[in-house]
Write a protein that binds this ligand. Sequence first.
Ligand SMILES: Nc1ncnc2c1ncn2[C@@H]1O[C@H](COP(=O)(O)OP(=O)(O)OP(=O)(O)O)[C@@H](O)[C@H]1O
Ligand SMILES: [Mg+2]
Length: 504
Amino acid sequence: MSAAHEIEVLIRAKYPILYVVSWEERRLEDTLSTICRGLNRTLHTWSVTQGIRPPVVRSSGPLKPSSLSPELEALAQVHEAAEYTTFMLKDFHPYMKDYRVTRLLRDLAIRLRSRAQTLILTGPVLNLPPDLEKDITVIDFPLPGYPEIEVTLSKIIEAVRDNPNLDVTIDAATRERLVKSAQGLTQDEIESVFARSLVEKKKFDVTVILEEKKQIIRKSGLLEYYEPDARLNDVGGLDLLKEWLSKRTNSFTDKAQAFGLPAPKGILLLGVQGCGKSLCAKAVAAQWNLPLLRLDVGRIFGSLVGQSEENIRKAIRVAESVAPCVLWADELEKGFAGLGSVSDSGTTARVFSTFLTWMSEKTSPVFLIATANDVTTLPPEMLRKGRFDEIFFVDLPSQAEREQVFSIHLSKRKRDVAKFNLKALAKATDGFSGAEIEQVILGGLYVAFDAGRELLQKDIIAEAKATVPLSVMMSEEIDELRTWAEMRTRPASGRKHEKADEAE
Ligand SMILES: Nc1ncnc2c1ncn2[C@@H]1O[C@H](COP(=O)(O)OP(=O)(O)OP(=O)(O)O)[C@@H](O)[C@H]1O
Ligand SMILES: [Mg+2]
């Protein structure tokens, strides 16, 4: 059900007060005005700067000037108004902290329930005082979807068709790419990016739109477009995880859907630092050929109370409008660390429950890939069946895996792998993470460069000897994590960690 349809149904069903969350006031007003026309109702809008428009007509004559503050006056007028009216109060959230406002809203909720009259509060953030939660129905007003963007595009083409300087003839495939590239933007932004492309390139250019979209998404501060710079082949070891991911390469295609496959929901990668969790997240997007959006979990918790909930909703909305895509929630535990602490008055819990609900109910093809290395702060609900498709445990690389990591990073630095004894290198780096192996190679390169010669096996070995890996310093923590993971997760690589190595 589209949001417009939902609002219409709620108005007809005499839901007294709705709260519609959206940044797009203009588009929302257009939508409400269409709905009201269809239902034969008068739409009155209110803002603190403009007051109520058109003014409310009363059978008992015009309202006397009152001494009430504007927001209370607005509510008083809603109370006075005739039936078959709908009120849109713009940016009303700041006033809801006032106890007189909340009381009046509750009174109105009772009064309007039996009348053909609806009060709609709108604003970019959701900020409901708990005492109003039962009286107000919250609706998300999503960004323009495919059909709406297509209409916008057609209108623009129509408007500039006669301009001889512009080339606006596009074939069906280009049309589809243009529309898809504009998903995730507001109506105003869509119009601007299309216009910008016409001004800059004299035609519709998908790259201009994508560039602009990256900027816009970045500005939102929560999601970032990430250019995946790795493929699954750049990940050493982790064979089971890679196999799981490769198997699902085409699972977001129409063909997979027709075959009856549900789109994968997501995975949680849990494990030791520096062993390739983030790397896998990046690689999978490239492998699947999907856009990668990184969610800044820490930033979700904005400093203003109430804003965090809106933040997570907004991030989800943007991700869904870009779908199919990979949503990467890196270091998940950082965001939810405050859960259960007394100081945050339940904000973290509400954000968290919004996120969980989305995870279990989402139908849009957004593949969530979350990473974490501390399980103790992750709430158990998160790990329950049905949230993630799988929880993988990423352990320190085994002997064979370290060989692979060496091989990958030596070739990355343009060195001839055949000149090195990978077995010996891997043996010298028992207990090292992938990140530490990379550092050891870099350290060796510095030494060789300084000595004015090519990198040698011994440089790397010397560097490894001089390094105390994290696994030594944190052996207790890692052991604990392993024990925990053994019962609850699936290993990312198919080998027993310790003993097999010794056998080499
Ligand atoms: N399995 C691996 N194969 C190849 N390179 C690796 C591997 N593991 C780590 N690296 C190298 O180390 C770097 C850091 O690893 P990455 O950021 O993926 O670790 P992480 O598991 O996300 O660690 P953290 O828990 O600290 O976030 C990678 O960019 C890569 O260069
Ligand atoms: Mg990481």
